[in-house]
Design a protein around this ligand. Structure first.
Ligand SMILES: Nc1ncnc2c1ncn2[C@@H]1O[C@H](COP(=O)(O)OP(=O)(O)OP(=O)(O)O)[C@@H](O)[C@H]1O
Ligand SMILES: [Mg+2]
Length: 221
């Protein structure tokens, strides 16, 4: 069974009558447990495709099935719920809240998921240990290295126990040593059963994935 299935998915942006086709006729099946790299030049539609699969954006045309359910007919509330429970996100620029400790940053998605305080604390500590940051829980982002900040972001993506982790250029802002550490974490998470879908234009980063999807001008090659 496919975890994700896209049928003829298109996403266009309009400015007046001018149409920009960010993604066109995307047909794609992704199984649970895959580790995928979405590659392609800047502007080829990688983030758009990822955002559609991650319920952050809706297609203009076509159908999206997640676990055989038709996502394209979900309302805003159902989308928010599935986004919160089924997927975790990691971005190039970490997006940690500067005044909060690593531990509190990791708790944020659980606040939205109505997880009880004690359980929040337990899961956040576990996730930080999973990414090797058991000793930095009380530090704020500006006291952490780039690689450590990205590890906090990965821990934050893990706390609601998502099926899929989406990562958009997760190593784009890191030196090569930290990038490798981050990719090793994704590799480990994939071995533990998580589906990983990552966007990158770096072939070294992509080499950790088991399948590569190439985009050009919005089309899957
Ligand atoms: N909100 C938007 N409004 C209008 N056009 C957009 C919007 N988002 C993306 N686009 C356009 O859609 C196309 C695909 O954009 P997308 O961000 O998916 O590319 P990308 O492959 O992720 O690029 P990069 O590697 O630079 O991040 C581009 O031409 C972009 O300008
Ligand atoms: Mg992008």
């Amino acid at each position: 069974m496919a975890l994700i299935e896209l049928k003829n998915v298109c996403k266009s942006y309009y400015s007046g009558s001018l149409e920009t086709k960010a993604v066109c006729s995307a047909n794609l099946k992704i199984k649970s447990g895959e580790f995928i790299a979405i590659m392609g030049p800047s502007g080829s539609g990688k983030s758009t495709l990822m955002n559609i699969m991650g319920f952050l954006d809706v297609p203009t045309r076509g159908r999206y099935y997640f676990e055989n359910k038709k996502v394209t007919s979900f309302d805003e509330d159902s989308l928010a719920e599935i986004r919160n429970k089924k997927v975790g996100f990691v971005f190039q620029f970490f997006y940690l809240l500067p005044r909060m400790t690593a531990l509190d940053n990791v708790k944020i998605p659980m606040i939205y998921a109505d997880v009880k305080d004690k359980e929040q604390d337990k899961r956040a500590r576990k996730a930080l240990k999973q990414v090797g940051l058991g000793h930095r829980m009380k530090n704020r982002p500006n006291e952490l290295s780039g690689g450590e900040q990205q590890r906090v972001a990965i821990a934050r993506a893990l706390t609601n126990n998502p099926k899929i982790i989406f990562a958009d250029e997760p190593t784009g802002n890191l030196d090569s040593v930290s990038a490798k550490e981050i990719m090793k974490i994704f590799e480990k998470l994939n071995k533990e059963g998580k589906t990983i879908i990552l966007v990158t234009h770096d072939s070294k980063t992509a080499s950790y994935a088991k399948r590569k999807i190439r985009l050009k001008d919005g089309l899957i090659q």
